[in-house]
Design a protein. Structure first.
Length: 258
């Protein structure tokens, strides 16, 4: 019953949307430009930004010595200063050795397994999210710079296709909301271009951190579609495609979003 009511509500707002003006996607804009002034102010002030808590947790985990193996800091510097921020801004990357797309969270898990000789933290675990937030925050202010040529070209094309496929009971694609209606409101939320430069981000709605994978999952649930597994090929393709759309936008991690 409740689900039906929600889907009615959703369909109702969508009909309203469709009756409105169709906005063409011109300039690439961060989700930052679509949130309320108060939310922007919260993001801009490190003492107010709730996402900074995850950065701090990540920093602690980074230098924590695991029961067996090595700490991240022992190889990458106490504050991660040996990591190259320009290189971090390129994620997700194509990795020849892994034979496909590697996201930041995959890279961290690979390091836990192959370098630190520890058990990789499961996807969606708070610790992995905190580590990802800490590492990505090192590159805050760097423009997103995902590779678009070479091996990435055909993979991004597949991501582009997924972005335009209709999913779920409401039979819409990602592009329906994020390409056609940025600036319009749906259930009190202002639709943005669905960019990835703010992630992992703090969500006021859930009171939790979400990385890009989780955010996509939340949209698929909104579309009443079955979310992809965190390490599914579809998740990686969609994320790489979204981040390539964000090329040139400054990394905001941890952004604050509705
Ligand atoms: C024994 C040393 C060692 C440990 C411990 C280690 N790493 Fe790494 N890490 C590496 C090496 C070597 C590379 C680069 C080789 C590669 O790309 O696989 C790397 C690559 C990375 C990268 C990608 C950097 C880039 O520019 O692409 C990230 C992010 C990273 N590590 C994070 C972590 C985190 C987080 C931890 C702790 C959970 C960790 N590493 C533990 C050695 C280590
Ligand atoms: C019914 C409309 C709708 C559809 C369809 C939809 N989304 Fe969203 N999405 C939203 C709303 C509303 C938000 C929150 C406001 C915003 O940032 O746009 C959001 C937020 C996002 C964000 C976060 C943007 C930011 O800067 O915080 C991403 C990324 C995203 N969506 C990706 C997707 C992907 C990928 C799909 C397809 C699988 C999709 N969305 C489908 C409505 C939709």
């Amino acid at each position: 019953m409740i689900q039906l009511a929600i889907s009615r509500l959703l369909l109702g707002s969508l009909t309203l949307l469709l009756a409105g003006t169709v906005w063409a996607l011109g300039e690439v804009k961060s989700g930052y430009d679509y949130v309320k002034d108060e939310t922007r102010a919260m993001q801009d002030d490190d003492f107010e930004n709730p996402g900074m808590l995850a950065v701090e947790q990540g920093r602690e985990l980074f230098s924590k010595m695991p029961d067996s193996g090595k700490s991240c800091a022992s190889c990458h510097g106490e504050a991660g200063e040996k990591l190259d921020v320009k290189s971090l801004a390129r994620y997700p990357i194509y990795d020849k050795e892994q034979g496909g797309i590697v996201r930041l969270e995959d890279r961290i898990r690979n390091c836990q397994k192959d370098q630190a000789s520890t058990e990789p933290v499961p996807y969606y675990d708070h610790e992995l999210l905190a580590l990802e937030t800490f590492v990505r925050n090192l590159a805050r202010g760097e423009p997103v710079n995902v590779q678009t040529d070479g091996e990435m070209e055909s993979l991004l094309k597949k991501g582009d296709e997924l972005y335009h496929i209709r999913f779920g009971l409401i039979d819409m694609s990602c592009a329906h909301c994020h390409d056609m209606y940025p600036g319009q409101y749906i259930r009190g939320q202002r639709i943005s271009q669905g960019q990835g430069n703010g992630f992992p981000a703090y969500r006021l709605d859930t009171g939790e951190m979400a990385n890009l994978d989780l955010r996509i999952k939340q949209c698929l649930t909104l579309m009443r579609a079955e979310p992809f597994a965190p390490d599914a090929e579809e998740s990686k393709l969609l994320e790489a495609y979204i981040m390539s759309r964000s090329n040139g936008l400054k990394i905001e991690t941890p952004a604050v979003r509705y």
